[in-house]
Design a binder for this molecule. Structure first.
Ligand code: ADP
Length: 490
């Protein structure tokens, strides 16, 4: 059964039960009230009769003695209602007199044994009786003389036909009314449930379509208020948005990975081909001259060196991709930068490496990773700056961060190349690349990112480039001895 039908049936059943209960209570209460009113009238009538002494001189038996009990002298029309019947009985239960309307219809008012007993022990009774297909309400009260002697009873009755008729009509109205109201309510409920559940239907269709077409660009079309259904539709759409971007990211990552693997294989193939060619030369018969052999071996050593550098770089990137966490501890920058500068000076004798404008600040990060990033940047500066040029490293303190600038006075980077230099295997103008595989800046970026920092660049062709690293400031200063020891050890 659908939710729509279940809701409608449930709600209609509750309404139907409520109507039935209400009808029963109304019916019973009205019946009791009406009967009570008739019974009160009859009791009043009986009292009036006895007060007026309209009953006199009628013979009746009491304890074997003859008494006279009154004769009813008032005509039926003299009562409050014309359909009032009056009858007297003596202590023997014999009817001693009746009003004209009873005589005319040949009817004797009945009195059950139980009521007879009750009346002759001094109580008043009220009974319903069926006489000649009609219903009567009969009130009976004892006739007491000389203080406490019950000499007979007077019965006053009235037809209940009108009452029965009105009860029938009321019952019909209640039954038909309840059925009609329930049916109308079912129809309206069915319609409202349909309207309320329509967006859910749409969500289901959208979900089904996405399942078959894998089109995460689809959205549920909902324009209603922001109620439970509205929230569901919005949440569903947000979830689709998240799914779509996750799907897109995954596709991009997969594509990047494919490209990376293809580039890596390509890069590895070049030195391998050279080495293989050189081995073939060494195996040649007759053997090559000893001068040539020295050149070939030097070549092979260079290529092996290049390959092992490449494999190392790939390993660093693979680790970064796997999300291997770096250390996060306070690192004092001044000794670290000075140490890196000292190392670069050894291989950059024709350049000025200026590392004098440094602050005594500490960053929160991994000492080895920061060193590696600076080595990459300084090495690039050296590679892309003509002899005699200058490379300057400075630090700057910001509220939450420490900024490191690595500025060179080199060739600068072509604005078209600028957005790509952090990509893996990207190399600028091949005549100026200095034999790198294009992985240096990609490695630098992933190491900085892993320390919750950023790296950026500004450059002017012919004037030089400035690389800017931002790293989170350490909450406390790095212990000097540790850093000095680390610097000595490297
Ligand atoms: P590689 O390891 O080949 O140097 P990088 O990722 O370090 O690769 O650099 C990518 C490219 O960015 C280089 O080929 C070069 O074109 C450009 N580049 C990087 N640093 C500088 C710099 N300081 N000055 C000019 N160009 C640079």
């Amino acid at each position: 059964m659908s939710v729509r039908l279940r809701l409608t049936v449930l709600y209609s059943s509750i309404l139907a039960f409520t109507l039935i209960a209400f009808s029963i209570v109304l019916y019973v209460t009205l019946s009791r009230l009406t009967l009570g009113v008739v019974a009160d009238t009859l009791a009043e009538e009986a009292k009036r009769l006895l007060d007026r002494k309209v009953i006199d001189d009628q013979i009746f038996l009491f304890n074997g003695q003859e008494y006279r009990l009154g004769r009813i002298v008032l005509p039926a029309s003299g009562f409050a209602a014309p359909q009032t019947y009056v009858q007297t009985i003596n202590a023997g239960g014999i009817v001693t007199s009746r009003t004209a309307n009873l005589v005319d219809e040949g009817v004797v008012l009945p009195l059950s044994d139980a009521a007879f007993e009750a009346v002759f022990s001094g109580e008043k009774t009220i009974e319903q009786a069926t006489v000649k297909d009609g219903k009567l309400l009969v009130f009976t009260r004892p006739v007491v003389v000389e203080g406490n002697r019950i000499v007979g009873a007077v019965q006053v009755a009235r037809s209940l036909d009108e009452y029965v008729q009105s009860q029938d009509t009321l019952r019909r109205i209640l039954v038909i009314g309840s059925i009609v109201v329930t049916v109308i309510a079912f129809g309206i409920g069915w319609m409202l449930a349909g309207i309320a559940l329509r967006p859910i239907d749409r969500i289901t269709h959208t979900a089904q379509a996405i399942g078959t077409e894998r089109d995460f660009g689809r959205r549920v079309d909902y324009t209603g208020p922001y109620d439970e259904i509205g929230r569901l539709a919005t949440t569903f759409n947000e979830m689709l948005g998240a799914l779509q971007s996750a799907y897109r990211q995954e596709a991009q990552a997969l594509q990047a990975q494919r490209r990376f693997v293809a580039d890596a294989s390509h890069e590895l193939r070049t030195p391998l081909t050279t080495i293989r060619g050189n081995i073939a030369l060494l195996q040649r018969e007759p053997p090559i001259s000893s001068e040539d052999r020295i050149d070939v071996l030097a070549d092979m050593a260079d290529e092996s060196e290049r390959m092992s550098r490449l494999v190392n770089d790939l390993l660093v990137l693979a680790r970064a991709d796997a999300g291997r966490p770096l250390r996060s501890e306070p690192v004092a920058l001044r000794p670290l930068i000075e140490d890196v500068c000292r190392k670069v000076r050894v291989v950059a004798a024709q350049h000025t490496i200026d590392c004098t404008q440094l602050d005594d600040v500490s960053v929160q990060g991994d000492e080895d990773a920061i060193k590696q990033v600076l080595l990459i940047l300084l090495d690039n500066g050296r590679k892309f700056t003509p002899p005699g040029g200058q490379i300057v490293v400075t630090t700057e303190e910001a509220p939450q961060q420490v900024i490191i600038h690595v500025r060179d006075t080199g060739l600068g980077i072509d604005p078209a190349a600028l957005p790509h230099i952090f990509e893996r295997f990207y190399r600028g103008d091949s005549s100026r690349t200095g034999g790198g595989a294009g992985l240096g800046l990609a490695i630098a970026q992933s190491l900085v990112k892993a320390q919750h920092g950023t790296i950026g660049v500004t450059s002017t062709i012919g004037e030089g480039s400035t690389f800017t690293i931002r790293l989170p400031k350490a909450s406390q200063a790095a212990p000097i001895e540790r850093t000095a020891a680390a610097a000595d050890g490297s």
